[in-house]
Design a protein around this ligand. Sequence first.
Ligand code: NAP
Length: 307
Amino acid sequence: MTERIYDLIIVGAGPAGMTASIYASRANMSVLMLERKYPGGQMQSTEEIENYTGYEHITGPELSEKMFEHSKKFGTEFAFGNITKIEVKEDLKYVTAGSTVYIAKTVIVATGCEHRNLNVPGEKEFSGKGVSYCAVCDGAFFRNKEVVVVGGGDSAVEEALYLSNLVSKVTIVHRRDELRAQKIIQDRAFAKDNIEFIWDSVVTEIKGERKVSSVEVRNVKTEEISSIPTDGIFIYVGRIPQTNDFTDLGIINSSGYIPTNEKLETTIPGIFAAGDVREKEIRQVVTATSDGAIAAQGAYSFVESLK
Ligand code: NAP
């Protein structure tokens, strides 16, 4: 039996990968999309999306499902698998997922980012026992309780807003005295009665017995240490690009992101990068989908050039 050679393998089924699959399969390419967790990527842990054109308001899981259904409509095959290696041999790319090796003429890396840990004592110990990285998944456990949110970016403030509708009080601990989040999100948080801010401060330890009961906070200006009683802590201190398994390819920069040109080509012919994993300024659902379309077009042109 001859091994199947796909025109394109898409690694990662977030908004970038799923959009690439639509564009490539509509261009009649044979496409396999691989995912190690669940389609949707970071959208799955986002409660509200209100800046994706055409949707004034949609939840992350809903948009994930819609995109996934759409992405399979034109013939893309989908498989689960933990992708651990991409190798290039002559003109072909070999993608290892679990115990299977898939072969393609082109690859789009769309593996996105995952949450960054705070790396303080108690974080690992109380993970799932009051420490969470996903308000949508775990918020309901804290109904009418008090929680701390760490971070000052879009994720921290948006998820604090979501939590503020469930819990009695949210305390945002941020290491500076101004937020990084978009202005509209900031304004909403400042207008909420049950969101408080602790500025210029970092969480140094998470404490409890069987579950979280308090966090230690250090003011970085005064060095003062205080203890905040809390039932839970939601950590949103940024994201890490999911490229660890691809370092051998030599296409990753020192921060772990993949630089590309405007056509989303990497330095390896036939390998493209799309979405949050790419070195770029703005990481949004809409920029990820845009990347997916551009990368798919690049993959199509590459396959045509081989004919
Ligand atoms: P982010 O923008 O990188 O923000 C991370 C936040 O955590 C920053 O406020 C940072 O402080 C703080 N931080 C980092 N390391 C820390 C540490 N060790 N201790 C304490 N605080 C720490 O990450 P994000 O909020 O996850 O967003 C990632 C990307 O997704 C961004 O491009 C964002 O715009 C996008 N996003 C967009 C939306 C939306 O448009 N609705 C929603 C979510 C995410 P500093 O500010 O001092 O650096």
